[in-house]
Design a protein around this ligand. Structure first.
Ligand code: ATP
Ligand code: MG
Length: 599
């Protein structure tokens, strides 16, 4: 059903069972639930092989999905797509989603990343409950399954050098050839594998390989390596192991031990699916696992314009100091977006909106930005801020006097009430709201022109001052005392211009960071370019702004719309109590397109 709606471009249909926007994976899940494909699994309350599950009660979860990051970097917006998919399906169909660290690689993995990943998933609004797992906890079972494969003639120890192995593997067009060690006896293989584990050999001396078919058209089936020697400490298992399973061997086993039903991964693993199935079938045949086995399904990864989502490149940006850390508000990491002012709701909306498909494509950054605008338009209170200040003096307003004007907290939500903003003789206005020689159609301040100071009085410009360089330094005006907004006489003055302002004596002078896109082109590093050459030199501008006094009390992560300017957040790292600093999350409209795609 969703297939047809996608093909015709009609409005997306919702699936009958969940009421959510349909996509092919939802359809698969619903079909599997209808056919009872995954019924009959046992679940002892924790992961484990068949033997441990034999007498366990039936698995109470109709589906189990998992989010399996490798703890070797911070999560980015592409991971959010996978998180929303996996946790979302479990939520929608009464299942469970496991949070699993795929930490089978001893190098490059760190506790810092583990903590940051858990934090990001939680912030996005998902809860794994008791289902937090580490693949490294399964090393012993993985080892036993490897021995089981050896005993059944499905794996052998190979002693070719890495170089020789490459030569024997063949190419996309030519078959590979059998290693001279391929026909070692089960006894010899077992002995060598056990000695590998015991640490008798150097790295690279031997590997354990699956015995499948060196002539397979799928290179991944040409006796893939499943264990290698690494004399390295692991961040959780320490020095217990000196052989480590390959990802392609470990991952299916992790899924099976955890009773995963739908193992969802990105398209680059499509060619690995035959091995995934081969491996689990061989272990099940030997009694190590019970059926039904998990099923792998691939979907297209998220590609987003104006950012890079490769971990290697993100690490490079941080390590070479092109950004101020993983949580720099320009980074496409979850912590970066969070600090930028994105809400979890806006990111979840984005993930829902882009959908799930099998075809690779690019999503435009404006789609994400629009999700944030939509979310914050609803929930961000309005505030007044002058970002590029110019002094306005009201010459007929008494010195030392001040009074209150009342500004609505949300134009469409009168129930949010109004707040008082102080008005006085000297105000800050935006520099662009005054012009000495205005073009036709300019309705803001100009010599002799009248304008309404939003939520305050109508003023008439009576003069201005300039410095030696010709820059306007001050504007003079007179106010009409019977024109105050909200008073009975206010409507008699019909003026077209309406500008915002902040009382100079009351303003909160504050650092505001105007962030823009990190890269100036949609596809950084496309072709042969170095992606670093595509960095946007103007992606961060720090200014001193004048904000209405109420903003002094903003709490870290509180978000506002600064009228006419965009959405801003009190920075969660640099704000001090009573002295928040603000980040621009996004402008009110897509200003990028207007600039012709160039900053
Ligand atoms: P690595 O190259 O280090 O494996 P990775 O981005 O695949 O990088 P993982 O930690 O393995 O990082 O990813 C965890 C999960 O997130 C995987 O299931 C992966 O498929 C998914 N994922 C990663 N990047 C994207 C993306 N751009 N879009 C959708 N899902 C993604
Ligand atoms: Mg990966």
């Amino acid at each position: 059903m969703s297939q047809s709606s996608r093909a015709t471009g009609a409005a997306p249909e919702t699936t009958p069972a969940s009421g959510h926007v349909a996509h092919f994976i939802r359809n698969i899940v619903e079909a599997d639930l209808a056919s009872g494909r995954f019924e009959g699994r046992r679940w002892p309350g924790r992961p484990g092989p068949a033997a441990l599950k034999a007498n366990a009660p039936a698995d109470p979860a109709p589906i189990r999905t998992r989010f399996p990051p490798e703890p070797n970097g911070y999560l980015h917006i592409g991971h959010a797509k996978s998180i929303c998919l996996n946790f979302g399906l479990a939520r929608d169909y009464g299942g469970v989603c496991h949070m699993r660290f795929d930490d089978t690689n001893p190098e490059k993995e760190e506790q810092e990343y583990v903590d940051a990943i858990l934090d990001a998933v939680r912030w996005l609004g998902f809860d794994w409950g008791e289902h937090l797992y580490y693949a490294s906890d399964y090393f012993e079972w993985m080892y036993e399954f490897a021995e089981l494969l050896i005993k059944n003639g499905h794996a052998y120890v190979d002693s070719l050098s890495a170089e020789e192995m490459r030569a024997y593997r063949g190419t996309l067009t030519e078959p590979g050839k059998d290693s001279p060690y391929r026909n070692r006896s089960v006894e010899e293989n077992l002995d060598l594998f056990r000695r590998m584990r015991a640490g008798e050999f150097k790295e690279g001396e031997h590997v354990l390989r699956a015995k499948i078919d060196m002539a397979s058209p799928n290179i991944n089936m040409r006796d893939p390596t499943i264990y290698r020697i690494r004399h390295a400490s692991h961040h959780r298992t320490g020095d217990k192991w000196c052989i480590y399973p390959m990802y392609t061997f470990a991952h299916p086993i992790e899924d099976a031990l955890e009773n995963i039903t739908h193992s969802l991964c990105t398209l680059e693993f499509e060619d690995q699916r035959p091995f995934y199935e081969w491996l689990l079938e061989r272990i099940a045949e030997a009694g190590g696992l019970t059926r039904p086995l998990p099923v792998q399904t691939e979907f297209a990864r998220l590609n987003l314009t104006y950012v890079v989502l490769s971990k290697r490149k993100l690490i490079q940006l941080v390590q070479e100091g092109h950004v101020d850390g993983w949580d720099d508000p320009r980074m496409p990491t979850i912590v970066g977006f969070r600090r930028r002012g994105y809400t979890p709701e806006s990111i979840r909306l984005f993930c829902e909106r882009i959908g799930i498909s099998k075809a690779d494509s690019w999503i435009d950054m404006t789609v994400l930005e629009d999700c944030l605008r939509e979310d914050l338009n609803e929930r961000a209170p309005r505030r007044i801020a002058v970002l590029d200040p110019l002094k306005l003096v009201i010459e007929n307003y008494p010195e030392g006097r001040s009074e209150e004007c009342y500004a609505p907290n949300h134009p469409q939500k009168p129930e949010w009430g109004k707040r008082a903003v102080p008005f006085s003789r000297e105000l800050w206005i935006e520099r662009e709201d005054f012009m000495e020689n205005p073009p036709k159609g300019y309705f803001r301040l100009a010599p002799g022109a009248m304008v309404r100071l939003r939520y305050g009085y109508v003023v008439k410009c009576t003069g201005f001052e300039k410095d030696a360089d010709g820059n306007v330094t001050l504007v003079r005006c007179e106010y009409l005392p019977d024109s105050k907004s909200g008073t009975p006489g206010a409507d008699q003055y019909k003026v077209k211009g309406n500008i915002h302002w902040v009382s100079a004596a009351h303003a909160y002078e504050c650092q505001v960071r105007l962030y823009d896109r990190l890269f100036r082109v949609p596809h950084p590093g496309a072709g042969d370019r170095d992606f670093l050459d595509d960095l946007n030199p103007d992606s961060k501008r720090v200014i001193t702004a004048y904000l209405e006094p109420a903003l002094k009390d903003a709490q870290p992560e509180e978000r506002f719309q600064f009228e006419r300017h965009g959405y801003f957040v009190a920075d969660r790292v640099d704000s001090k109590p009573g002295a928040p600093v603000f980040n621009r999350a996004v402008t009110l409209r897509d200003s990028w397109a207007k600039k012709g795609g160039q900053p």
